[in-house]
Ligand binder design. Structure first.
Ligand code: 4NP
Length: 166
């Protein structure tokens, strides 16, 4: 996990395997947050354990790299109990991920759970389709939707941040 000091927010992106969508979301969000001056811890994880320790899918690495974003240094991990206390927001890629998170969340967990496209006007509740069994075009599509969501979350957190007093 990387992040600036003095952060008010900490965001964990979650998909199933943590090798396709959530690593792209972590990379896209970190880049937008840095550009827009939002200090935020950013990480990603999977609800499943199949790919723990693995690098992101080469297609995800390729799509991100064409946008100038390096996600190759990430390693997959599974969501853990502490995440529900350490992060202010846990953001799922699809409904199944969100339901899995609700099932794992401790009763007194403090993280807010949401879906990536919830922050996008008119697209609340829509999923980011899983590109794993798709072709390269599916990864390109996933990237552009994820980038839309990342921008919308940075906007939302910047607005929330300026309303708060420290
Ligand atoms: P992700 O994609 O959830 O976006 O990382 C998947 C990766 C692996 C599998 C499914 C989805 N899998 O079944 O192994």
């Amino acid at each position: 996990m990387h992040g600036g000091i003095d952060h008010r927010f900490s965001v964990l992106f979650v998909c199933l395997g943590n090798i396709c969508r959530s690593p792209m979301a972590e990379g896209a969000f970190r880049a937008v947050a840095q550009e827009r001056g939002l200090a935020c811890l950013v990480d990603s994880a999977g609800t499943a354990s199949y790919h723990v320790g693995q690098q992101p899918d080469p297609r995800a690495i390729g799509v991100a790299s064409r946008q100038g974003i390096d996600i190759a240094t990430q390693a997959a991990r599974q969501v853990e109990r502490d995440d529900f206390y350490r992060f202010s927001h846990i953001i799922a890629m699809d409904r199944a991920n969100l339901e899995a998170l609700r099932g794992k969340a401790p009763r007194d967990g403090t993280a807010r759970l949401a879906m990536l496209l919830d922050a996008v006007e008119g697209r609340r509740g829509e999923p980011v389709a899983d590109p794993y069994y798709g072709d390269l075009a599916a990864f390109e599509t996933a990237w552009s939707i994820i980038n839309l969501g990342a921008n919308a979350w940075v906007d939302k957190l910047l607005r929330e941040g300026t309303r708060q007093t420290v």
